[in-house]
Design a protein around this ligand. Sequence first.
Ligand code: SAH
Length: 228
Amino acid sequence: MAWMSSGSSNASLIKNLTSNGLITSDRVKTAMLAVDRAHFAPAAPYTDSPQTIGYSATISAPHMHAAACESLLPYLHPSARVLDIGSGSGYLTAVLASLLGPSGKVFGIDHIQGLVDLANKNMSKSQQGKEWLQSGKVKFVKGDGRLGYQEPGVAAEEGKWDAIHVGAAAKEAHSALLEQLKAPGRLFIPVGEGTQYIWVIDKKEDGSVVRERTMGVRYVPLTDHPGE
Ligand code: SAH
């Protein structure tokens, strides 16, 4: 199904993902149409498969980006604060930004400075992306995503996240991520060292945590810093 969604343009890729049932929401469709994958994938941007972006990293396949957005959607309200861990190319960070209103904010965090620089460069290829970087709606930072991210100058409680996306496979759902999640909030995280599954972990309004194991996936691992 995934490969069958490849297209010859951004619009045809999104159309095929939609007709194959991989995008079901109009909001996700509009957001993915608004961000040209060619700004983020150096080769075969409209093929529904991961592509290498250097530094042993890949831009994930379009159907996985769609699945992440669909899953996080109920938490992506206009003023939501969103954390994209392992932001890599910056593509999903851009799509998440386009799902929020003007007061929403997305931080992309990656532990490789070259990828933080690449994400900034990719984002600046469109007028919209430039504006988001200038206004602070989108920000890329360097850090170990397993620790989440605390925005400097923002109180811990106010800095919590409505939605956290993890774009690399974790050994576990790191406790810092759950701590930094708002109640209600949702964490979308691939977990596993051999066989990996996406876990969708909700912190409910009363603070209780509900974990659901969903689809089997193959992501690059969330690791210690490789050294540059
Ligand atoms: N969502 C990105 C996926 C990039 S691949 C995209 O679609 O473009 C996974 C990314 O996770 C890589 O960029 C890698 O550098 C990053 N990563 C791996 N371990 C990390 C860690 N501990 N902290 C932050 N980023 C990490």
